[in-house]
Design a protein. Structure first.
Length: 274
């Protein structure tokens, strides 16, 4: 399970998405995530699916690698779908057994919410797959640059987010090593009830926290040794500049959002209760 977590990891490849300005990818990802909540109809989901498939193919990231990142959220996805399915009331009753009732509105909400969550994870993961942490830091700092005028430490915020993303694969690797070491010593993380499994995680959490603090201390000492004092007066070795392909990417995303909003809301199309 630990190795299935791919969120925050960079996948090197030679694709047009990797060559785009990181600001384009950050803004486009936000627009795509917002667009998932602008419609509630089959035509809207068809357009969103076609757009996402196109982006996945352009990224040249293997589809199996992308799907692997969905495994850790399967439990959350199932719980969300079940809550929507059994707790939403509205429309005709489809199934009624004991205290469980499935209505038309509950089924529609469960299906739509499951698709939205899957697309949300894939869309946000593609940004980290095609953008290095340094590029992501520069993009966030550049986009939030106007906030410097009201004395908000934009550079420090962007640096903190970049360090957090860098720590994800490091901590996952540390967790995997600690689990293997504890299993070799006879630890059992699979058997027992939920309380017993929670107690069994203590031999993992304690050394993991110690390792995280050690990495943080080493990073702080390294940054101090290199005379890091925040973003004031710092310059970029590779300043961000928009080129023609970035403007084309912006135009495509804007057209997608407009199309999914108009068609997804105002084009009538019904199949059964959807």
């Amino acid at each position: 399970m630990i190795r299935d977590i791919t969120i925050g990891q960079y996948y090197p490849a030679k694709s047009i998405l990797h060559r785009l300005d990181p600001r384009v990818k950050v803004v486009s990802t936000l627009l795509f995530l917002i667009s998932l909540f602008l419609f509630r109809s089959i035509p809207g989901y068809i357009i969103a699916t076609a757009f996402l498939v196109m982006i996945v193919r352009l990224s040249k990231v293997p589809f199996g690698y992308i799907v692997k990142g969905l495994k850790p959220i399967i439990m959350i996805l199932m719980l969300t779908v079940l809550f929507q399915l059994f707790l939403t009331r509205g429309g005709d009753t489809l199934v009624h057994w004991w205290i469980f009732t499935i209505t038309e509105e509950g089924l529609v909400n469960a299906v739509y919410m499951a698709i939205r969550l899957i697309y949300l994870i894939i869309g946000s993961s593609l940004m980290t797959f095609t953008t290095t942490p340094n590029e992501l830091t520069d993009a966030i700092e550049k986009l939030l640059g106007p906030l410097n005028k009201i004395h908000i430490p934009v550079h420090e915020i962007a640096m903190t987010m970049s360090i957090a993303l860098r720590f994800i694969p490091i901590l996952l690797e540390e967790t995997d090593k600690i689990m293997k070491a504890q299993i070799a010593r006879g630890a059992d993380f699979e058997s027992g009830n939920m309380l017993q499994r929670a107690k069994a995680m203590i031999p993992i959490l304690v050394p993991l926290f110690v390792s995280a603090f050690r990495h943080a201390n080493d990073l702080a000492m390294a940054m101090e040794a290199r005379c890091y004092h925040g973003g004031e007066g710092r310059t970029k070795m590779k300043p961000l500049r928009y080129v023609s392909r970035d403007r084309v990417a912006y135009a495509i995303v804007i057209l997608y959002v407009a199309a999914v909003f108009v068609i997804g809301r105002y084009v009538p199309f019904h199949i059964w209760i959807f």
